[in-house]
Design a protein around this ligand. Sequence first.
Ligand SMILES: Nc1ncnc2c1ncn2[C@@H]1O[C@H](COP(=O)(O)OP(=O)(O)OP(=O)(O)O)[C@@H](O)[C@H]1O
Ligand SMILES: Cc1cn([C@H]2C[C@H](O)[C@@H](COP(=O)(O)O)O2)c(=O)[nH]c1=O
Length: 313
Amino acid sequence: MGTWLNESPSASYMRLPGDSGRFQTSEVQLFGSDCGFSTSTQPPSASKRSVSNGVQSPARHCTPRQSIRKFATAAVRLSTSFRYGLKFPFKCSSRQIHMENNHSSDPRGALIVLEGLDRCGKTSQSSRLLSYLEELGHAVESWRFPDRTTNVGQMISSYLANKSHLDDHTIHLLFSANRWEKRSLMESKLKSGTTLIIDRYSYSGVAFSSAKGLDMEWCKAPEIGLLAPDLVLYLDISPEKAAERGGYGEERYEQLEFQEKVAESYKTLRDASWKNIDATLPIEDVEKQLRETVLNCVETCGKGKPLSGLWLS
Ligand SMILES: Nc1ncnc2c1ncn2[C@@H]1O[C@H](COP(=O)(O)OP(=O)(O)OP(=O)(O)O)[C@@H](O)[C@H]1O
Ligand SMILES: Cc1cn([C@H]2C[C@H](O)[C@@H](COP(=O)(O)O)O2)c(=O)[nH]c1=O
């Protein structure tokens, strides 16, 4: 997946107090001219090179509909190879990522992901962790997905606000594209020593789309080769309790019945490496549960830990 999308200068978008992180459709220009995808089968590192060299694919200047179609074609090819056990079309394996980052003992920032149901408290905890790590003198940024500042992100935002309708597969691929457009920036931030605290990542993509009935392996396919987190923090809350929290119901997926299905999908996705956090406790106590684990992770990565790719093994 070669040249993906422009890097947004606002990639380190941070939700400030009073900012819901959700755009009004009227506030944004929905379709820009730089929303293209290239379906070339180069490894993600090639994508990084072509973006930083300013080399643009001719596919960049196409309509959103064309972009989605190209992205969908690439994803279907990928998913087909995946399903039938064919050779993975991208020359990209966990070993290769390890070798690309062959100064594997170089200190780097940590990739820390917060996951959970809507209104579980991810945004509150991201900003608390950001302050905590900053006060300890660490280089740290808080990111969120979807990143609604990009052209793709604006299409997603409109969909979530029920202002547009998209096929379930299409919106899934847009969420994935929204992560791919940030992948190279993510890698360079981490390698330069900045820790990233990310409010939702690939797991949200798979959990929410599979809760609609899409095949889980199909949902993972376009995510393969994104950077794997060093730590996944799952903020555990029941759908009923989350629904009692402020602002619930504003967006498309904030419905009790659907969130129950999402909770089931997360259960399937979770593995032993995830840290389960009781998100029903008061905000300060949730933060206390997170601090030590997060700090350990930052210190481990600061001593040198190779980057790896998501769902490659
Ligand atoms: N531990 C907590 N106890 C009670 N209320 C909380 C707690 N954590 C967050 N809240 C409140 O719940 C609401 C949702 O919190 P927050 O925005 O942090 O969740 P979120 O997981 O980022 O939500 P979304 O996924 O919908 O963006 C806010 O009103 C927040 O003040
Ligand atoms: C990243 C991602 C998110 N979603 C869903 C999850 C939430 O319902 C919304 C995002 O809302 P937030 O308040 O900005 O967290 O989108 C998804 O379905 N797929 C994804 O990849």
